[in-house]
Design a protein around this ligand. Structure first.
Ligand SMILES: Cc1cc2nc3c(=O)[nH]c(=O)nc-3n(C[C@H](O)[C@H](O)[C@H](O)COP(=O)(O)OP(=O)(O)OC[C@H]3O[C@@H](n4cnc5c(N)ncnc54)[C@H](O)[C@@H]3O)c2cc1C
Length: 428
């Protein structure tokens, strides 16, 4: 549909809004943690978020359950202890999978950022990077007052789509090697037990699902952990790449159609007293772009339980690939646990840019395991500290001292598990 034959040169004098030590773009799990950890190192931090809330997919797309990663540590552990204390494990190397309120997490982050001296800018969408000589100088941002430049010494791209890195020319890959297809998108919703019979709704344009095999994922997938009669439902599935204009347009309408249809199905098959009470403001995006960094995490690393000297995050979350063709299958394979190295966040060509969160350098299969929220918090926390250290030491991001990085992360409460027998490969 797009008309590639016509291009425009767009030039504008853009006023600088502020200069920060560290500019973090995107306020999801990775961005929130990066901003906090850099601020804890004494840096002036600006966190730019295009929506009205922090938490990323965890709030915006109501993915309000933390998948288990086997290492409850650092800022993620703090969130659990401050917001979900009843789930806090005594030891950090235990697995938890708490369901939470996205509304409470949103409020929690607003207060947390004040306490941590992070300046948050809502409704600020990154649109372009000003760069030269291997350095990002500023990012151009669409604000409620028009375009503004945010200058910084270090930049951390936590947009989930690697928007900043790609705009600056960092090479990237998308989806499966064979066809570039990404994991499908899902619109999350919540139902609530009203205690009385509910009349099932089926608005115009929706489907009639009569059997589990009719459902988009071919399965019933929901959580009722809060014991308050609420049901968090993850059952829609739309074949789409969340970083493409036409795909998103299709997904936002098709996913909503599926949500009403699934709610109607559930109301006829066991949840007769449940009303549809909340639909996430946007359809959740599992996978879009991965940068090519100094190291690319592979399926082999995940399966072998690879260990790295420059470890920044550890997880034993399974390989979890919802069918990119939007078939009714999900490729789930348990893994023993592995490390993610710092180098996955470092684009080769830039001295002052890191990419944290789900768009790090990883293959399609590897990202299906590392993408969950707890891991993105861990990556973000490491990126924020690394940015601060690179400033203090006057070094490029790629040359940050790993010993210093590990030392500062430890100061901030991060613990790495001892290497586990049976899953340990030679250090890479
Ligand atoms: C349907 C679905 C179900 C999932 N289930 C689970 C689960 O059960 N448990 C779990 O732990 N994980 C789950 N995940 C994965 C997890 O939610 C994400 O992978 C994780 O949130 C990624 O974190 P992130 O910080 O990298 O990016 P995101 O969470 O995507 O956050 C990116 C942030 O950047 C902002 N942003 C984007 N572009 C710009 C821009 N140009 N300018 C400014 N800001 C920008 C966005 O608004 C957003 O706030 C699920 C994901 C989906 C989609």
């Amino acid at each position: 549909m797009s008309n590639h034959s016509q291009t425009y040169s767009f030039q504008r004098q853009v006023e600088t809004y502020l200069h920060a030590d560290v500019v973090v773009i995107g306020g999801g799990p990775a961005g929130a943690a990066a901003a906090i950890s850099a601020a804890r190192c004494g840096k002036k931090v600006a966190l730019l978020e295009k929506s009205a809330q922090l938490g990323g997919m965890g709030t915006l797309a109501n993915v309000s359950i933390f998948m288990p990663v086997g290492n409850v540590t650092g800022i993620y552990r703090e969130i659990i202890s401050e917001m979900l204390a009843e789930y806090l494990p005594a030891d950090h190397d235990q697995s938890i999978a708490p369901q939470y309120s996205p509304f409470l997490l949103r409020q929690y982050f607003n207060e947390k950022m004040k306490k941590e001296n992070v300046q948050v800018f809502y409704h600020c969408e990154f649109i372009g990077a000003v760069h030269g000589g291997g350095r990002i100088q500023s990012v151009i941002v669409s604000t409620r007052e028009g375009l503004r430049a945010f200058e910084g010494e270090r930049f951390i791209d936590c947009t989930g789509d690697a928007r900043v890195a790609i705009d600056a020319g960092v090479p990237y890959r998308t989806g499966r090697d064979e066809d570039g297809l990404t994991q499908p998108m899902t619109l999350m919703f919540t139902m609530q037990n009203t205690g009385k019979q509910v009349t099932p709704l089926l608005p115009e344009g929706c489907y009639v699902y009569n059997d589990v095999s009719d459902l988009p994922q071919g399965r019933r997938l929901f959580w009722e952990q809060n014991n308050d009669g609420s049901l968090l439902v993850n059952m829609s599935r739309v074949k789409a790449n969340g970083a493409k204009i036409e795909d998103i347009n299709y997904a936002e309408t098709e996913a909503l159609r599926q949500v009403f249809s699934i709610a109607n199905y559930l109301q006829r098959t066991g949840f007769e007293t449940y009303a549809l009470t909340h639909i996430a403001p946007q359809t959740g995006v599992r996978e879009t772009n991965q940068i090519e960094g100094l190291y690319t995490l592979t399926e082999q690393d995940v399966v072998d339980g690879a260990r790295f000297a420059d470890v920044v995050a550890q997880t034993n979350y399974e390989i979890d690939i919802h069918s990119p063709d939007a078939k009714k299958t999900t490729d789930e394979r348990s893994v023993a646990g592995y490390d993610i190295p710092y180098r996955c966040m470092v684009p080769e060509a830039f001295d002052n840019l890191l990419v944290a969160g789900r768009s790090i350098s990883a293959t399609h299969v590897a990202m299906s395991s590392m993408r969950v929220q707890a891991t993105c918090y861990a990556l973000g926390q490491a990126a924020g500290v690394a940015a601060a250290l690179s400033l203090d030491d006057g070094r490029a991001m790629r040359d940050v001292s790993i010993q210093r990085l590990h030392g500062e992360l430890e100061q901030q409460g991060v613990r790495f598990l001892k290497q586990r027998a049976g899953s340990v490969q030679a250090e890479k």
